[in-house]
Design a protein around this ligand. Structure first.
Ligand SMILES: Cc1ncc(COP(=O)(O)O)c(C=O)c1O
Length: 460
């Protein structure tokens, strides 16, 4: 560690003693002291007391402008009044039935009107719906293999937990990356059924379809790779995938767990003009409650109607989440709110760009819809391997220094990005930019001093 980072971490520790204490207690009973590995980082994570609108407070009473927003799941912001009103009303009329009710067709209509699918089923998390989408694709094609991209995250089931954060010695050929399990416990048989290609590289995809001719059920991808900061698809890449999938009788699955609600009114297919066969939605569609959906054409979804593919779940369409989802579609994810967020996003992005240029930071700002990120790379990254060259200790200075100035600029971890909610204001963006203006000169200086030092291998 270098002195500037040490100083920011010491300030962090001085400001957040109650979080340190709470983490110690958690550690006794909960591995890593957190409920999801993504929440664990050194020296300890901030523990939250409460939140509202665009802000949250930690246990010590420090207030932060929140651009973490639950890893991008809160385009609504905290406790959006319309969502709260709808959910609260439902809390006293039965929180779950395990039987159908009349909000289901309403929300299905909302989903099918907005996204290019004819039918959908609901679930509770992104992991769940990408798992079901993969199974549906396998059933629809009678094939077992799935093609995913190196570095892409689609949740925690066996088919998804492959080559999420592989390390350089395991990479293999960039045209045919090795399938690397994302931890122990993923069966070899599962890994063998997940073939990996390189994002923004159609040749690597073609290569896989030749190598496994007639065996690949689907290409699954995030239309914008968001597990590496923010990596845009190059022009023609998504259409190229569409064409390859069609040519080979495979399905194209857009994992829009993040992009679905945050890129724009109708997600990535509208934004990029490419239509997938299946779509997975979660996170921000629930407005703060657990809600997810997967959808496709009637022909594909009929596999469920015909009892060929099994789908179920005790908590599916619980009325509290459904009420929150309906309020979110109708009162949060509106054209007016997208215009508001776009305006703030432009202001934040342009503000960052000016400060980056002024201070000489080697980096750029990637931005799309409600999301953006300070990318500490000399040139734009195209794929996961480019991203692994990030100087993670430099990034840590940025994050801790911003947090110490009352701005959680994004979730902890250098593979994440900021989210702007519909409840953020011009004043929030001004404060965010003022904090970055204060932090940037030291960031630039440290970066220059660290040039030539070995980059630290990125990963959790
Ligand atoms: C693109 C993508 N897919 C799937 C998931 C998994 O969602 P969940 O954490 O709700 O299981 C995530 C979560 O970060 C995600 O970003």
């Amino acid at each position: 560690m270098y002195p500037e980072l040490e100083k920011e971490i010491a300030t962090y520790e001085r400001r957040t003693p109650k979080s340190a204490e709470a983490h110690k207690k958690n550690l006794k009973r909960i591995p890593l002291g957190v409920a999801s590995n993504y929440r664990a980082y050194d020296p300890y994570p901030i523990f939250v007391k409460d939140a509202g609108g665009s802000k949250f407070r930690d246990l010590d009473g420090n207030e932060y402008i929140d651009h973490n927003l639950t890893f991008g799941a809160l385009m609504a912001g905290h406790c959006h009044p319309a969502v709260m009103k709808a959910a609260e009303k439902r809390l006293s009329t039965g929180t779950m039935f395990g039987m159908p009710h009349d909000m289901e067709w309403e929300l299905a209509e909302e989903v099918c009107t907005r996204f290019p699918v004819e039918m959908c089923r609901f679930g509770n998390s992104g992991t769940e719906v990408t798992m079901h989408a993969v199974r549906m694709a396998r059933a629809a094609t009678g094939r077992d293999k799935i093609l995913k991209f190196e570095g892409a995250y689609h949740g925690l089931h066996d088919a998804a937990l492959v080559s999420v954060k592989p390390h350089a010695p395991e990479f293999g050929d960039i045209n045919a990356p090795t399938s690397v399990p994302g931890g122990l416990g993923v069966p070899k048989a599962s890994i063998d059924n997940v073939t990996i290609a390189t994002f923004n590289d159609l040749n690597s995809v073609e290569h896989r379809f030749k190598q496994f001719s007639g065996q690949i059920a689907a290409i699954i991808l995030e239309p914008i790779l968001m597990n590496v900061g923010l990596c845009m698809p190059e022009p023609g890449f998504l259409q190229g995938l569409r064409d390859i999938a069609d040519k080979n009788g495979a399905l194209l699955i857009f994992d829009e767990v993040k992009t679905g609600a945050k890129l724009g009114w109708a997600g990535a297919s509208e934004y990029f003009g490419v239509k997938p066969d299946m779509i997975c939605l979660a996170k921000s569609i629930g407005g703060g409650l657990p809600l997810a959906a997967f959808g496709a054409s009637r022909a594909v979804m009929d596999l469920i109607s015909q009892h060929k593919v099994f789908h179920g779940g005790t908590y599916n369409t619980n009325p509290v989440s459904m009420a929150a989802g309906l309020a979110t579609f109708r009162h949060v994810l509106t054209r007016e709110n997208y215009a508001h967020v776009d305006k703030l996003s432009k202001k934040l992005t342009e503000g960052y760009r000016k400060i980056v240029a002024k201070t000489g930071i080697q980096g750029y700002i990637a931005s799309a819809g409600a999301n953006g990120a300070l990318m500490l790379f000399p040139k734009e990254i195209r794929n996961y391997r480019d991203w692994t060259t990030i100087d993670t200790d430099l990034w840590r200075y940025y994050w801790f220094a911003m947090v110490n100035r009352g701005v959680m600029a994004q979730p902890y971890w250098w593979d994440e990005q900021w989210t702007i909610s519909v409840q953020h204001t011009d004043a929030d963006i001004d404060k965010h930019l003022a904090a970055f203006d204060d932090v940037a000169p030291t960031l630039a200086k440290v970066q220059q001093e660290r040039v030539g030092k070995e980059p630290v291998m990125a990963g959790h």
